[in-house]
Design a protein around this ligand. Structure first.
Ligand code: C2O
Ligand code: CU
Ligand code: CU
Length: 477
């Protein structure tokens, strides 16, 4: 079966109480798509990987003329891509060379909070550093790293602090997927920016409490990119790294493609599409097969009518690989705790979770590790004036049980850490933490998160239910 519609309620797509900014590509020559370099480990053994990572300022040639002042992780913009292997212990030496405090949040890693997780309780000050270590115990997936200082997350991500993280494991390694990084396996980080005078960004000038947008698509930190296709099959690790924008993706000729992975792992079964919508912070791994094209052809990836990437087809060897119908098994657990409800409400400055604004010192909910609970997430916005809120939790991957009482969308049957909830909708997810700590959960329209649409959970080991954590507050930061 090939799905030809976007799954989400299209009337809610990118609504923005009038503030929606349509995409347009500047009239500049096509640029080669930037592929984030892989961050080299300082050292790697059979059991451990050591990395040094620096949040830094830089300059990037995005448009003709002046370079844009940008930020990145060990790179001028975005970051190097970081590989982590399941089962290994990762040692991170985190350095801050920015003029302001930042944090290093591992979005999608199943690691303890609040320090290793890198939310707002783990500041690294200018010229400072922090050493953390954590063990990877999760399946292969595309996750990501972004800054998370509250309430400056949106600003710092806009300046560029977002990088892909590739988790590898033995299960994925045996599946017949392209995995030659940079050749037939590439990240695709979708963002949008507004360029002001001298090609600079000005987040404060563009501020909108419902999420900052810009008219110019920026893919892997490239404006108007092309990519040279030299293999029949190409794997794209798509990340919606925009502060607020949803993307409705499709290729020229309505070329069919196959989704093999969602936020935190490979899907149980491949899903075939012609149209895919993504909301903030979600990841979709897809395989595109160019067998019907010949050298000299061009295939374009669009969001609505706006070209995002031009794929230039070159000579490639025929590839007859068939994907199995079943890819991976996803463990399932019976709930052992009563249903928990979460309500996302409001727009603009009025966004809240459970009727409250975020407070760094308040624990909003407690739950033990290794217990399973259904969470029912409601978006109280109404259809007409409302907007989609992508609900994200730190510290775990969840599964989707239902959407308004119906089965989840076909590509939502894998592990996720972001789930877009349409206006007037409620989504039931299955939550099970395996590591303790204090974790945030929030709307991933980053301005909503900074605006207080965020709460905290303390996940405890039943042997130590009242463990005290040092929680920062805005004054001590
Ligand atoms: Cu992408 Cu609080 O995270
Ligand atoms: Cu996160
Ligand atoms: Cu929101």
């Amino acid at each position: 079966k090939v799905y030809t519609d976007y799954f989400y309620n299209e009337s809610a797509y990118n609504t923005h109480d009038g503030g929606y900014i349509p995409l347009e590509v500047p009239d500049i020559p096509q640029q080669p798509l930037r592929i984030p370099e892989l961050l080299k480990p300082d050292q790697e053994t059979d059991t451990d990987m050591y990395y040094t990572l620096t949040a830094q300022e830089g300059e990037t040639q995005l448009l003709p003329g002046a370079k844009t002042k940008t930020w990145g992780f060990s790179a001028p913009l975005l970051g190097k891509a970081i590989v982590m292997k399941n089962g290994k212990t990762i040692h991170m030496h985190l350095q801050n060379h920015l003029p302001e405090m930042t944090t290093f949040h591992w979005h999608g890693l199943n690691i303890p909070g609040p320090i290793e997780d890198g939310g707002c309780h783990a500041p690294v000050y200018p010229d400072g550093h922090r050493d953390i270590q954590f063990k990877i115990h999760q399946p292969a997936a595309t996750v990501w790293l972004h800054a998370h200082p509250c309430p400056e997350t949106a600003y710092q991500v806009w300046r560029g602090l977002a990088a892909p993280v590739i988790v590898q494991d033995d299960v994925e390694a045996k599946l017949p997927f392209p995995r030659n990084y940079g050749v037939d396996d590439i990240p695709l980080i979708l963002q949008d920016r507004h360029f002001h005078e001298n090609n600079q960004w000005d987040y404060r000038a563009d501020y909108d409490p419902d999420g900052v947008q810009g008219p110019t698509p920026m893919i892997n930190g490239t404006i108007n990119p092309y990519f040279d296709v030299t293999t029949q099959r190409l794997r794209l690790r798509i990340l919606d790294g925009a502060n607020r924008r949803e993307w409705r993706l499709h290729f020229s000729d309505d070329l069919e493609f196959t989704q093999i992975g969602s936020d935190d792992g490979i899907l149980p079964e491949p899903v075939h599409f012609t149209h895919l919508m993504t909301t903030c912070a979600e990841r979709h791994e897809i395989i595109v097969d160019f067998s019907n094209y010949k050298p000299g052809d061009e295939v374009i990836l669009y969001s609505d009518d706006t070209p995002l990437v031009h794929f230039r087809i070159h000579e490639f060897a025929p590839d007859h690989t068939q994907l199995p119908e079943h890819l991976v098994d996803i463990p399932d657990y019976e709930p052992d705790l009563p249903l928990h409800k979460v309500v996302m409400s409001g727009m603009d400055e009025y966004v809240m979770i459970d009727g409250k604004k975020f407070s760094m010192q308040r624990i909003d909910y407690k739950m033990p590790i290794n217990k399973t609970q259904l969470w029912d997430i409601t978006n109280t916005n109404d259809m007409d004036g409302g907007m989609i809120h992508p609900f994200h939790m730190h510290g775990l991957a969840f599964t989707i049980v239902s959407r308004n009482g119906h089965a989840p969308y076909p590509n939502e049957r894998g592990l996720k850490d972001v789930i877009a909830v349409n206006p007037d909708e409620h989504v039931v997810i299955k939550v099970r933490f395996t590591v303790p700590g204090v974790f945030m959960y929030h709307c991933h329209i980053i301005e909503h998160e900074d605006g207080g649409m965020m709460a905290q959970i303390q996940v405890y080991d039943p042997k130590d239910p009242d463990k005290q954590y040092d929680l920062m507050d805005h004054e001590t930061l």
